[in-house]
Design a protein around this ligand. Structure first.
Ligand code: SF4
Length: 427
């Protein structure tokens, strides 16, 4: 969007802009409420408000009432092309409508200025038709589209040229990359290893220092993908974000997830074995929903048991919240206090598990990508390949990969010491 505006000579304004764009989220009821507030705020500040994003799919009437120009996700033309069209209409400029269709995810037009961020997201996939009973996404992004390997590599090269050192693959359902459905039983070529091929191709880009996959389901972590991770381990990090959502098979079934707990644990065991056999310490993170309708104390205990068994580096804990328009919204809800209690229990466990994972790093040599420097304390911060946030003293600058040894892990911080580079002077 920024590049569309830049191409038309528009610049960011700090006060009283002529145009404000509110890119909304609607994945939870709370996100939708925040989106509504953001549109109202923009309307008060700006002269003309564009509303884009998922809220326009779930609450189109409200979006139309609150904003001036609405650009929904759905439509024949890719969203960004329709955005460009609306910008031209607003600027009263002639517009030529491109002829690309929605069958593949188009390459993103990137800003022309170098970036200040070390990390960039590369959206490789969009859409989901898995219909988990708590999720609204299949109603607003039903069409599955993937970026071709060629386009994804071209976009990744541009991101590296813009100064990004790390790329994260993102998507609504990354495991469906290259497939026409997120439901494995409906995939025409379920055994094709599109994601592994993409990982291989992007890893070869000169100047890319780190590559991460954001989130996958158990069935997506295939032996071929693990092989591609190991083969490209100088770039691809051994971090897997694998949403569990619940440790109870009864709840997983009610959620309409595509796996049960034994399949989940089996996949973790395979990933652990493959990565550790190559000297890597797998870092596993997850999402858990607390208080899904019908979740009993016993179900919740099973979630705790699985979390302990896996030993997550981090759990993203979500209290279940009703999303109007989903199946689970029509079921009897658990009391808020029960949900909050379970969230607190899981957050406490998250701290304990994270600490015990980070303690395993003590004594290990790691690579830290510097993201921030605090001049007051002289300490830099960044993430290591195992996803843990590391603090260290270094003269390295933002975007540098520093070799360091972890010296201490406490509940607050993981400290590392830079490994000194010894230079040999040839006589
Ligand atoms: S897999 Fe389930 S939770 Fe994820 S986007 Fe699809 S429907 Fe939503």
């Amino acid at each position: 969007m920024e590049s569309v505006l830049q191409a038309r000579g528009m610049k960011p304004a700090t006060d009283s802009p002529d145009l404000e764009i509110v890119h909304t989220c609607s994945v939870t009821g709370q996100a939708a409420a925040k989106s509504r507030n953001a549109i109202r705020r923009a309307k008060r500040n700006g002269k003309h408000v564009f509303v884009t994003g998922c809220f326009t799919g779930t609450d189109l009437d409200i979006a139309m009432k609150l904003g001036d120009t609405i650009i929904t996700q759905a439509g024949e033309l890719p969203m960004l092309d329709r955005f460009a069209e609306e910008v031209d209409t607003w600027l009263q400029k002639p517009h030529t409508t491109p002829t690309r269709t929605n069958s593949t995810l188009p390459i993103t037009t990137l800003p022309i200025f170098p970036s200040k961020h070390t990390r960039a997201e590369l959206r490789i996939q969009d859409g989901c038709d898995a219909h988990c009973t708590f999720c609204i996404i299949p109603k607003i992004r039903t069409t599955l589209r993937s970026k071709t390997i060629q386009d994804a590599v071209a976009e990744a090269k541009q991101l590296v040229d813009l100064g990004h050192k790390e790329i994260v693959f993102t998507g609504v359902f990354i495991g469906a990359y290259g497939h026409e459905s997120a439901l494995r039983r409906k995939q025409q070529s379920p055994n094709s290893e599109h994601l592994a091929d993409l990982l291989d191709a992007v890893s070869q880009i000169d100047g890319l220092k780190r590559l991460r996959i954001s989130s996958m389901e158990p069935g997506d972590v295939t032996p071929a993908l693990l092989d591609a991770m190991v083969a490209n381990k100088t770039v691809v990090v051994p971090h897997l974000h694998l949403p569990l959502q619940s440790g109870s098979d009864t709840v997983l079934q009610k959620m309409n997830r595509q796996y049960n707990t034994s399949q989940y644990l089996e996949m973790i065991a395979i990933a652990n074995e493959r990565l550790t056999s190559d000297g890597l310490l797998p870092a596993i993170t997850t999402d858990v929903i607390c208080g899904f309708p019908t979740e009993t104390d016993e179900d919740f205990e099973q979630t705790i048991a699985i979390a302990k068994k896996v030993g997550y580096l981090h759990m993203h804990v979500f209290p279940y919240s009703v999303r109007t328009g989903t199946a689970a919204a029509r079921w009897e809800q658990l009391p808020v206090e029960v949900i909050q209690d379970r969230v607190q229990t899981l957050l406490q466990l998250d701290n304990e598990l994270a600490l015990s994972y980070r303690q395993k790093l003590v004594g290990k040599q790691i690579q830290v990508m510097i993201e921030q420097f605090d001049p007051k304390t002289n300490v830099s911060r960044g993430r290591c390949e195992y996803y843990a946030e590391i603090s260290l003293k270094t003269n390295g600058k933002q975007g540098d990969l520093i070799t360091a040894t972890v010296i201490e892990a406490t509940s607050e911080v993981t400290l590392a010491k830079q490994v000194l580079q010894i230079l040999t002077i040839e006589k």
